[in-house]
Ligand binder design. Sequence first.
Ligand SMILES: Cc1cc2nc3c(=O)[nH]c(=O)nc-3n(C[C@H](O)[C@H](O)[C@H](O)COP(=O)(O)OP(=O)(O)OC[C@H]3O[C@@H](n4cnc5c(N)ncnc54)[C@H](O)[C@@H]3O)c2cc1C
Length: 353
Amino acid sequence: MPKIPKIAIIGAGPAGIYCAIKILSEIDAKIDIYEKNSPLHTLLPTGNGRCNLSYNEFDNKILASNYPRGEKFLYSVFAKYSPFDTIKDFNDMGIKTYIQDDGRIFPIKNSAKFVRDTLLSKLKNKVNFIKKEVNEKLTGYDAVILSVGLKNYPKIMQSYGHTIIDIKPSLVGLKIKEKEFSELEGVSFNDVIFTKNGVSGPFIYKLSSYMAYKDFPYKIKIPLICTDKLTEYVKLNPKKQFKNALSNFIPKSLAGVLIKSDVNCANTKKVDIEKLEYLNLTATGYDNNGEIVHAGGVKLNEIDNNFKSKIYPNLWIIGELLDVDGLCGGFNLQFCWSSAAICAKNIVQQLRG
Ligand SMILES: Cc1cc2nc3c(=O)[nH]c(=O)nc-3n(C[C@H](O)[C@H](O)[C@H](O)COP(=O)(O)OP(=O)(O)OC[C@H]3O[C@@H](n4cnc5c(N)ncnc54)[C@H](O)[C@@H]3O)c2cc1C
């Protein structure tokens, strides 16, 4: 390499910061990181402040199946940089991790702040942070990395000539049409929590991800009660009020909203039991709570498998800004680490000639 290369990173979220760390672990470079807010502020709320940084799945195809958008593209991505590589590199940086029973990976310190501080400490006095919103093309750099996420429309992509696929919230709570459930705010069942205006919780986040491009209103079907077990219970307790029998299966308050009559089990019809297999609701819009990521972003066929732009020279695009998004479980941060590490390696190779 004849001279120290000049690199710009726009957006100091997990993807941009990790990319800087990976580049500097290989070469000397003058890196300017442009950030309109404070570096890694988006990492702080992750995992409810605990930072669910990856997911324990080492079969790349199974891992990729947790991404409603980007699945096939991710096979080669995870072959190059997987959760295994992440755990090893984070461990080497002093971020030891553990695996929860459900497969989610967290730092042993259970602290997103600790992860943020450790990552930023790797860049101390090594990069130049510039507090600025960049919406135009940058010139004078050997490589430019775009990692601005999708929280706001990425205007900058227009100057670089890239196409943005329609951006939609994902992993988000939903408003519902049925007003009778609003009195159940805070009540939960089967990974669903009632909110003031609708429903939230892991089941709903997942559903919102798969339905990201469906127009409102749409019908949703939430598994409620195993009706075989309910039928058996009803037979064994003929004198019991049916709505009281239900509270052995679902919260009492929910049973009270679903069944208004005082009918006893002996007089409950089969068809009324069968209706309780699912809770049928109508989603009418987003209820902005939860772990929001975004579906949509830069079209994957406009980058190569090293995250280099096919449209504009010496430009790389990583993280949530791309049309890739995963379910809850550490998948979205894993994509940030993988895309950043692969991009860094490719830039280093290119700069070394
Ligand atoms: C509440 C919450 C909890 C979450 N928890 C988890 C979790 O536990 N596990 C998980 O895997 N995922 C989680 N996610 C998702 C995860 O946070 C994102 O996938 C991840 O932050 C995306 O990283 P990124 O670097 O691509 O973009 P971002 O994190 O969005 O970072 C982009 C950065 O660029 C800056 N920026 C934007 N535009 C410009 C501009 N024009 N000029 C300069 N700077 C700019 C922004 O200020 C920001 O700092 C959570 C998300 C939320 C909202």
